[in-house]
Design a protein around this ligand. Structure first.
Ligand code: ADP
Length: 415
């Protein structure tokens, strides 16, 4: 028998986002989507790790930090469990309904969140070759949480799942079919949880059902991706087999002629690993101008820095090309939604991205665009054919929502 009594109303979900050396977490109450606690463990396995925990309702009313060594993910989750217990929000609480895990790659199999069992773990493991950086870390997070609370449902929510509705003509690359199939090469897309959440919130902002609206979502964080969402279903997205394709990002090149890689190998004599690192870590904004933070780039442009200005222009040019392409894919665009760190905060990026796109019915109102707020908001002028909006993303809430919808006892009690 389970040592944990079943609560009549288990309404809490713990969301875990496990990276190669980090563990992010949030504990949410699904009656209203409120955040009971949140935190981050960084530098797991290094000499000094760091755990930062915040719990607005907790015993210490706020933030606690520890910086001793945390050897591995199991120890990290134990440390998180201790912090939660300190605030009387422990993992043994009968109010905890489930743990929701962010899993980056769900391949072709997972188009919905699933309750983890041995078969699901084996499938996530099978996808490691297409997500070598992410899936192993996600697996460690799930296995650790499972060992700690074997009786509790663990739910995997996949970054790729929202994009599984893409039609074959959008998902397939124009390469030899047998080779593509043998190696599972196709467009999977990422940031799906964010694209799902933001497209739905955008429909709400318009006062419509998601099935009635066509939205272009621009998720512009350090990683960046665009998606075309028709009536609530993704029909195209800019990231591909891996998160390298598409928009110019903080450190990734985005779209590039694939022959550049042959050239770097044959002519520049770089190894495959060096090319991988060049395109994923030393390209994009950082490769172009040495900085990947849009605030710093803005400061340098204001100071007359030409390299920063060119990097910004290249970033915007790519963004415009995707807005144009996805307008063609969708036919009718009801809204363009900006989200994530850059999309939510950088008014100059939003303004530049739609400048000159009046032909698509796009414009921003300067005053509305300048407003800073954590709320979804419209920044286009009244009466514009296409609404331009800022819609803050919340991937943790969306993971919790999907997790709870799958396992919660009272599935209606949700935001
Ligand atoms: P991640 O992909 O790491 O989740 P985020 O969505 O948090 O990224 O976005 C991080 C990026 O957001 C930073 O690199 C920075 O470029 C940008 N950013 C954050 N705050 C601001 C701001 N106030 N103004 C402009 N850009 C910002």
């Amino acid at each position: 028998m389970s040592p944990y009594p079943k609560a009549e109303h288990a309404t809490r979900v713990l969301v875990l986002n496990s990276g190669s050396s980090s563990l992010k977490y949030q504990l949410l109450d699904m009656r209203d989507g409120s955040r009971l606690a949140a935190g981050l463990v960084e530098r797991i396995g290094e000499k000094t790790s760091r755990l930062v925990h915040t719990a607005p309702t907790g015993a210490d009313e706020g933030r606690r930090e520890r910086t001793d060594r945390i050897a591995d993910h199991a120890k990290a989750l134990e440390a998180v469990a201790d912090e939660l217990a300190h605030d009387e929000l422990g993992l043994d609480s009968p109010e905890l309904a489930a743990i929701g895990h962010r899993v980056v790659h769900g391949g072709l199999k997972f188009s919905e969140p699933v309750v983890v069992d041995d078969g699901v773990l084996a499938e996530i493991e099978r996808l490691v070759p297409v997500a070598p950086l992410h899936n192993p870390a996600n697996l460690i997070g799930i296995r650790t949480a499972r060992a700690l609370r074997p009786d509790l449902p663990q739910v995997a929510v996949f970054d790729t799942a929202f994009h599984r509705t893409m039609p074959e003509h959008a998902a397939r690359y124009a390469i030899d079919t047998a080779t593509a199939d043998a190696h599972r090469i196709r467009r999977y897309g990422f940031h799906g949880t964010s694209h799902a959440y933001v497209s739905r919130r955008t429909a709400e902002l318009l006062g419509k059902d998601p099935s009635e609206v066509n939205v272009i979502v621009l998720h512009l964080g350090n990683g960046a991706s665009a998606s075309a969402v028709a009536g609530g279903r993704c029909v195209d997205t800019s990231m591909g087999l891996t998160p390298l394709e598409g928009l110019v990002m903080g450190t990734r090149s985005g779209d590039i002629d694939p022959a550049v890689t042959f050239h770097l190998r044959r002519v520049a004599g770089m190894s495959v690993d060096e090319i991988d690192e060049l395109l994923n870590k030393k390209s994009g904004l950082v490769g172009l101008c040495g900085d990947n933070d849009m605030r710093e780039i803005r400061r340098r442009i204001d100071a007359g820095d030409e390299r920063a200005r060119l990097a910004f222009s290249i970033y915007i040019h790519r963004l415009k090309k995707y807005i144009g392409a996805y307008s063609a894919v969708l036919g009718r665009v009801d809204a363009v939604a900006f989200t994530a760190g850059v999309g939510e905060n950088a008014a100059e990026v939003r303004e530049a991205a739609v400048a000159g796109l009046e032909v698509f019915g796009l414009a921003v109102d300067a005053q509305r665009n300048a407003v800073r707020s954590g709320e979804p908001r419209i920044i286009s002028p009244d009466g514009a054919r296409t609404v331009v909006a800022v819609v803050p993303t919340d991937e943790e809430l969306e993971i919790a929502r999907q997790t709870f919808a799958l396992v919660g006892e009272d599935r209606t009690a949700i935001v």
